[in-house]
Design a protein around this ligand. Structure first.
Ligand SMILES: *[C@@H]1O[C@H](CO)[C@@H](O)[C@H](O)[C@H]1NC(C)=O
Ligand SMILES: *[C@@H]1O[C@H](CO)[C@@H](O)[C@H](O)[C@H]1NC(C)=O
Ligand SMILES: *[C@@H]1O[C@H](CO)[C@@H](O)[C@H](O)[C@H]1NC(C)=O
Ligand SMILES: *[C@@H]1O[C@H](CO)[C@@H](O)[C@H](O)[C@H]1NC(C)=O
Ligand SMILES: CC(=O)N[C@H]1CO[C@H](CO)[C@@H](O)[C@@H]1O
Length: 652
């Protein structure tokens, strides 16, 4: 028995905080390696003998759990009755019974008193529980339990590559045979990368291309497959794996967070507004309809099942009717039967709570709904109809807020301040080659040598993704007094029509002090908050952990990127090639009320709410419909500036 296992059996608490100078110690490394190994080929039965035997001993001793609640006993009952979801059935957390099992398993994980119990329980679950339930419960554990938050989960698209890559790629990877490939290398479209190299070279943490990287990857064959050409005008956004995983992570983070629900609702609708605005900017750039989306009955490359569409449209229509009633009668009937006046006190907030759900798991569907991309939170944003539904939902939300939200925001309009000018460096987008780790599709047998787990090869899918060059802008602001000010910068179309139908995507926001006279404020795109860069792949992560376990590498704990950050490279829509894409920036200054709060939502941790600059609603001033269009005081006057900008797309 390893020393630390022994120590934790004795009840000595070994926390992950036992970390010197941001470098992982061996307790951390062992946990991290276990996590990566147990998730390896998670869609297939576990072959790893070490973890199989560990999972055989069941810890049913209630003493080993901090609390033993009904979710756990329900789960245990299902297990004893042989009613756990079979691994060949499609797992859909929107089915009530599937979700209940996930919840039960999560509570087992969450309440495990020490790592050793948890370790066994995870191994047990890997063997006995549906992989979909397993991954989701484990993801929730890592997100929600503070002492395990430092552990790094592989990205969702590395765990289930099948859901993110075209069928041809998946088929070839699945049938790949290393031995015969070595013999007939030339006739295959899978090539070995020599000398070893992965794109892009610049990742957060700068590990790729370092001496340690070559050390870590020394014994790994890097194989590469090219992606088929994309055809649809929006695929470069909708099929983007980071676009999809961002939305998945955000929704996973929101689930099972009981507290701060008002904050979370506001944040969730703000994020929905952002993803919709960003989508619309892409449509605008591609000269597609964007002002009012229409239903496409189309999802990825597939037809959206009629039954799902009917179900969602019905739910949205019901919501619209309720919101319409609330607005005409200025009151709402609560679920407990009593009616409240929405204009009294803060009752409009109760109405908001009653009407606008934000936790997707509350959107339960019945079993007649067949599995499809739109009902799968991993892939939902790939469906064009998602944006159509999002728009209808947001229209109701913004309309409700326009009517009921107290109008005290004018106090935030600064006096004695004028934005005089904005200068911006060229905005350039381009296609960047990237390698995506799809090793989890390779036949599992390639990863076992005489029963021992090994990782001798990696398969990378070469894709081309949207990227932009770094840019910066300068504001010139004059003021007659010293004042702390918040600036928000939005990207929108160059259409000057009805502002309610135009997308406003918030690019940047920051706090600064303005002094009497002329102020010049410089901002770099690299500084924009809420964004995330690139992460090392599953294979590399594993090799680095092994290298660190051999004490040949100090494993830094700050190399992972925040899962709930929006992909930094996707903030600009793809530019025009012949003629640049014409857009506008809108810059809005507001008075700072000294209420800034920094929370941890970027890491999908919502336990203490979300970050904000001030008491203005997130997304201000577009969290509601502005009444008088461009004349609205929020977006006209000296504290506001409109700037024409161009985006150019550089072809290789
Ligand atoms: C592939 O074909 C080329 C040219 O026919 C040959 O030089 C090379 O050795 C072949 N490589 C392998 C791995 O068979
Ligand atoms: C991680 O920490 C190290 C040292 O503590 C620092 O040099 C490095 O810049 C940090 N990397 C990131 C990505 O924050
Ligand atoms: C219904 O709920 C509201 C708000 O929670 C509460 O104020 C009210 O007293 C409840 N009414 C009944 C009849 O329980
Ligand atoms: C500053 O005060 C002067 C004199 O009252 C006025 O003309 C000017 O417009 C003010 N500047 C700003 C930025 O408000
Ligand atoms: C290994 C282990 O602790 N397994 C427990 C995890 O949860 C299941 C579900 O009830 C229990 O049966 C196991 O005892």
């Amino acid at each position: 028995m390893r020393l630390w296992v022994f120590l934790s059996l004795l009840g000595l608490n070994i926390h992950l905080e036992v970390l010197a100078n941001g470098i992982a110690n061996r307790y951390f490394l062992e946990k991290q390696r276990f996590l990566l190994e147990i998730l390896h080929h998670v869609h297939e039965p576990l072959m790893n003998e070490q973890w199989r035997s560990l999972g055989k001993q069941l810890v049913t001793d209630k003493e080993q759990y901090v609390v033993y609640n009904e979710h756990m006993s329900d789960f245990y009952r299902d297990f004893s009755l042989g009613k756990l979801l079979h691994r060949n059935v499609y797992y859909n957390p929107l089915y009530a019974d599937h979700f209940r099992q996930m919840l039960g398993l999560y509570h087992y994980f969450y309440n495990a008193r020490d790592w050793y119990t948890l370790w066994q329980n995870i191994s047990w679950a890997r063997v006995h529980v549906h992989p979909g339930i397993f991954v989701q419960a484990l993801t929730q554990l890592i997100l929600k339990r503070e002492d395990y938050q430092a552990l790094i989960m592989p990205k969702i698209y590395e765990l289930w590559p099948e859901s993110y890559h075209d069928d041809l790629t998946v088929g070839k990877a699945r049938n790949f045979n290393f031995a015969s490939w070595i013999r007939y290398e030339n006739i295959s479209d899978i090539q070995e990368v020599r000398p070893q190299k992965l794109e892009p070279l610049n990742l957060e943490g700068d590990l790729r291309g370092s001496i340690e990287w070559f050390q870590a990857m020394a014994d790994v064959n890097i194989l590469r497959m090219n992606q088929a050409k994309r055809r649809n005008k929006l695929e470069h956004l909708l099929e983007d794996i980071d676009w999809q995983s961002y939305w998945y992570n955000l929704n996973m983070g929101v689930v099972l967070t009981g507290e701060k629900s008002d904050d979370l609702r506001e944040w969730s609708y703000y994020q929905l507004g952002q993803i919709l605005a960003r989508f619309k900017l892409e449509c605008y750039g591609q000269k597609l309809t964007y002002k009012r989306l229409t239903k496409k009955h189309y999802c990825g490359k597939r037809e959206e099942p009629a039954k799902t569409a009917q179900f969602i449209v019905k739910a949205i229509s019901e919501l619209e009717a309720k919101v319409g009633d609330a607005i005409s009668f200025r009151s709402i009937q609560l679920t407990n039967g009593s009616r409240i006046n929405l204009q009294e006190n803060n009752n409009w907030l109760i109405g908001l709570q009653e009407l606008f759900l934000y936790d997707w798991t509350q959107f339960a569907v019945d079993k007649s709904m067949q599995p499809n991309l739109l009902l799968d939170i991993r892939t939902i944003v790939r469906c064009e109809d998602f944006y159509y539904y999002a728009e209808r939902l947001l229209d109701s939300y913004r309309w409700y807020r326009q009517v009921f939200q107290p109008n005290n925001q004018k106090a935030f309009i600064p006096s004695d301040l004028r934005i005089d000018d904005v200068q911006i460096t060229p905005l350039i987008t381009y296609e960047q080659p990237v390698d995506v780790d799809i090793s989890n599709i390779l036949p599992a047998k390639h990863f076992y040598l005489a029963g021992q787990f090994v990782w001798p090869l990696t398969l990378q899918h070469r894709q081309f993704r949207l990227q932009h060059k770094d840019f910066s802008y300068n504001l010139q602001v004059t003021s007659n007094k010293t004042q702390s000010t918040i600036f928000r910068v939005f990207l929108t179309t160059s259409e000057r029509g009805n502002i309610q139908r135009e997308p406003f995507y918030q690019l940047d926001s920051f706090l600064t002090v303005i002094y009497p006279g002329l102020n010049r404020i410089a901002r770099e795109s690299k500084q924009f908050a809420g964004l995330a860069g690139d992460h090392i792949s599953y294979t590399e992560l594993y090799q680095f952990v092994k290298l660190a376990e051999r004490e040949e590498f100090d494993f830094p704990l700050n190399i992972s990127t925040p899962n709930c950050g929006f992909p930094r490279r996707l903030i600009l829509p793809r530019g025009g090639t012949a003629n640049p894409l014409k857009l506008r920036l809108l810059i809005v200054a507001t008075v700072y009320d000294f209420k800034a709060r920094r929370e941890n939502e970027l890491n999908c941790d919502f336990s203490r709410g979300v970050s904000r600059w001030d008491e203005l609603p997130l997304g201000y001033p577009f969290e509601r419909f502005l009444e008088d269009d461009t004349q609205a005081v929020e977006i006209s006057g000296d504290h506001v500036y409109w700037k024409d900008v161009h985006i150019l797309h550089e072809s290789p």
